[in-house]
Ligand binder design. Structure first.
Ligand code: P6P
Length: 321
């Protein structure tokens, strides 16, 4: 079995990028170790603090963020980082050529109930090598990403990675190494499984309400087939299911808080997951344009997210035309 180190050695990418990916994978092993201990690790529960998103921070959010911040800023190839848990960007070494944005522990409301959570990361080239990074350096569209991936802390600890040449999957073995289990993963073009938080139905745009209503009519409706539903409330778990067996994941615009165009964040959720899904032959959309075409204006900006099996994403887009 090929381990991550040897797979990266074979990859036709910048050796410095390989080192950044290696740092992320090693740090996620440590995060996985904290999670494995569960309540025994003393990191269950919430801090008294809130993050920039206005969300109460779970203790493990803070621990995971600190581990990634430390290890990435110690990697001389990292020019800067941005985290869901950090208000502002943090500059790294002057010689660094890569920017890393990450959600250190996505789905952390699932930690205390022992349901899968994950770390999501996105890697961009710095636009001004050799000088201190600024916020503007990070505000690049998702189609500028050079790598993206996630680590899913589930029954197995799984790393899913793309460097723009397809999507590969690695599992963490007892010896502490990631071994490649799947390569060139493909998302089935069609699906009969959708994922959305139905409790927001009355807040969606009419086009989204119409699509889901048609979808729920199953064989008798205009879509003409029966759908099953899943909602884990952990994006990493939903995306992994879709990469494994197809499906469509939707967190659309809702008018609960009109100043927020969606719940999910563009830079470290929408973009990396879109890169993975599109590299695996799937599609991703805001319902108007591909997510990776969105030009960011703020580091924590939110975006409506529709992604998964290409035929179904394209169908949602037609409902919004
Ligand atoms: P809701 C987790 O908080 C997250 O950011 C994603 O991982 C997940 O898909 C979504 O929010 C769940 O949102 O509104 O169902 O709790």
């Amino acid at each position: 079995m090929l381990n991550l180190h040897d797979a990266l050695k074979q990859a036709d990418i910048d050796p410095q990028l390989k080192e950044v990916i290696g740092t992320i994978a090693a740090t996620c092993k440590s995060i996985g170790g904290k999670l494995r201990g569960g309540a025994l690790s003393g990191v269950y529960g919430s801090e008294s603090s809130e993050n920039v998103q206005g969300e109460v921070q779970k203790k493990l959010d803070v621990v995971a963020n600190a581990l990634l911040k430390k290890s990435l800023l110690n990697n001389r190839h990292v020019a800067g980082i941005a985290s869901e848990e950090e208000d502002d960007i943090i500059g790294g070494g002057d010689e660094g050529r890569y920017l890393v944005t990450f959600d250190p522990l996505d789905g952390s409301s699932n930690i205390d109930i022992n349901v899968s959570v994950g770390t999501i990361f996105s890697i961009l080239p710095t636009t001004k090598p050799g000088s201190q990074v600024t916020m503007d350096d990070f505000l690049q569209a998702g189609n500028q990403q050079v790598a993206a991936g996630y680590v899913l802390y589930g029954p197995a600890i799984t790393l899913v990675l793309t460097t723009g040449q397809g999507v590969d999957v690695y599992a963490l073995d007892y010896d502490g190494d990631f071994y490649q289990t799947h390569t060139q993963v493909q998302v089935p073009a069609a699906t009969q499984e959708f994922a959305i938080n139905m409790s927001n139905q009355r807040f969606w745009e009419p086009s989204m309400q119409n699509y889901v209503a048609d979808l729920l009519q199953g064989e008798e409706g205009p879509i003409g087939k029966r759908f099953n539903m899943r909602w884990v409330a952990s994006m990493v778990a939903e995306v992994h299911r879709i990469l494994t067996r197809g499906g469509i994941f939707m967190y659309p615009f809702d008018n609960r808080e009109p100043n927020k165009p969606g719940k999910l964040r563009l830079m470290y959720e929408g973009n990396p997951m879109s890169f993975l899904i599109e590299q695996a032959g799937g599609a991703s959309s805001t319902t108007r344009i591909p997510i990776m075409d969105v030009v960011p204006e703020q580091i924590h900006q939110r975006v409506p997210v529709i992604l998964g099996s290409r035929e179904e994403v394209e169908r949602v887009d037609t409902y919004h035309k």
